[in-house]
Ligand binder design. Structure first.
Ligand code: PEP
Length: 252
């Protein structure tokens, strides 16, 4: 698959059913002329089917889950399997978001299991990774990212990897209002491509989609998306307002 332009909205634990419907409606209306950009919504699980159904007659709009179980099915109270996610029509699953790693102690081994479930169900994983502030400050950001990529991705079949979506999300930029500069984003995205080239091959490295996430908004998206190795954004806070999300989509 060739690199695509993507803007993905991670709604986290926000919106009611009614607000979710209005948000999607506002975005569909406001981004009609941007068919070259794939838009993916990550609503809370309870609204995943409703939002997916709202997109039925649209092009270039998709949904995904913010998380999934690492297990296929069974006695795991409160968990949601990838099979369930697939059954409501969602196509993507976020794996490894830093809030899941930090607040729910998700490990690389669990993230690998989750991706295996995603692939078994023929959905697409969006694998998130990124360094913490102290790692950047001590100059360990490249090493940290390389380890995160290696620990989770290296055993997957290289033919499957080209269809993964990667999301570089420096933890210090998520929800803080402090964005990576275009230079910092480009430098890391180029490094990630290099790592994928070393782990798999150059063709896969050049084809894989890498999104930037971390306080990306209507004001800074244009310069971030202009970077050669940035294929779009994973947006948190700014994805909750239709106007802002549409402006981000317009930033390509
Ligand atoms: C995110 O949670 O993936 C994210 C990028 O959040 P924000 O845009 O709010 O920093």
């Amino acid at each position: 698959m060739n690199r695509q332009k993507i803007v993905a909205g991670n709604w986290k634990m926000n919106t009611s059913l009614k607000e979710a419907g209005a948000l999607v409606e506002g975005i569909i209306t406001g981004s009609k002329n941007k068919n070259a950009v794939k838009k993916i919504f990550f609503p809370p699980f309870t609204f995943l089917k409703a939002v997916t159904d709202e997109l039925i007659n649209t092009d270039h709009f998709f949904t995904g889950a913010q998380n999934c179980s690492e297990h296929e099915k069974g006695a795991y109270t409160g968990e949601i399997s990838v099979g369930m996610i697939k059954s409501v029509g969602a196509k993507y699953v976020l794996v490894g978001h830093s809030e899941r790693r930090i607040y729910f102690n998700e490990t690389s081994a669990q993230l690998k299991n989750k991706i295996e479930q995603v692939l078994k169900n023929e959905l697409t994983p969006i694998f998130c990774f990124g360094e913490k502030l102290e790692e950047r400050k001590s100059g360990k950001h490249f090493e940290t990212v390389k380890t995160q990529l290696n620990e989770v991705l290296k055993d997957f079949d290289k033919n499957k990897i080209a269809n993964f979506i990667l999301a570089y999300e420096p933890v210090w930029a998520i929800g803080t209002g402090e964005t990576a500069t275009p230079h910092q984003a480009q430098e890391m995205h180029a490094f990630v491509r290099k790592c994928i080239g070393e782990m798999f091959d150059e063709t896969i490295a050049s084809q894989i989609c890498i999104l930037y996430g971390g306080s990306c908004n209507a004001q800074n998206a244009k310069e971030l998306f202009a970077c050669a190795d940035v294929d779009g954004g994973l947006i948190g806070g700014a994805s909750l307002k239709a106007d802002d999300f549409c402006k981000i989509v317009e930033s390509f």
